[in-house]
Write a protein that binds this ligand. Structure first.
Ligand code: MN
Length: 199
């Protein structure tokens, strides 16, 4: 069964003024759709086309680079849309808050380290908060790679991620990745991040 672009779950304008509607529309309808289409094309008539996305990512070193790039792109964006909310930004609570303090010292320190990972990712890629066994780790990956890939430097299950490709922010912020990242904290769906911690 072919992979599909799932509903965004909110309007393109829902994350204004932090992420603008035009960026959301292009990002979702053009960029994400292209990853889905190219992934399906790359898998067509191969033994891999019946596998789950997670299985593909876990075997990515054995697969064509088109599966790595577009399978990663589909997974990363599907996750990213769920991690954003127009009533976000309230900050983590409960177990997630405790886990962040335990791992990084404080919520502010976590934000600083995560932002630094996102700022220092040269070129296109993602910054991640991952669950790795009982630990939380911050990492970043190039292109559409992610920590579920068998060849990832830091492996784990991503529970928060931020897209730092220029297509994610250039229309509104141009080269100012720092301003985009500062705005990002206002639209993080912490309830969703907390759910992923417990999975
Ligand atoms: Mn993107």
């Amino acid at each position: 069964m072919a992979f599909e672009l799932h509903s965004l779950g909110y309007d393109y304008a829902a994350l204004e003024p932090y992420i603008d509607a035009r960026t959301m529309e292009i990002h979702y309808t053009k960029h994400h759709q292209a990853y889905v289409n190219n992934l399906n094309n790359a898998l067509a008539n191969t033994e891999w086309q019946s596998k789950s996305l997670e299985e593909l990512l876990g075997n990515v070193s054995k697969l064509p680079v088109a599966v790595r790039n577009n399978g990663g792109g589909h997974y990363n964006h599907t996750l990213f849309w769920k991690l954003l909310a127009n009533n976000g930004g309230n900050g983590p609570t409960g177990e997630l808050s405790d886990a962040l303090v335990k791992s990084f010292g404080s919520f502010d320190k976590f934000k600083e380290l995560f932002t630094n990972a996102a700022m220092t990712r040269f070129g296109s890629g993602w910054a991640w908060l991952v669950k790795s066994g009982s630990e939380l780790k911050i990492t970043s990956t190039p292109n559409q790679d992610n920590p579920l890939m068998d060849n990832a430097e830091v492996k784990g299950v991503p529970i928060l991620g931020v897209d730092v490709w220029e297509h994610a922010y250039y229309l509104k912020y141009q080269n100012r990745r720092n301003e985009y990242l500062a705005a990002f904290w206002n639209v993080v769906n912490w309830d969703e991040v907390g759910k992923r911690l417990k999975k």
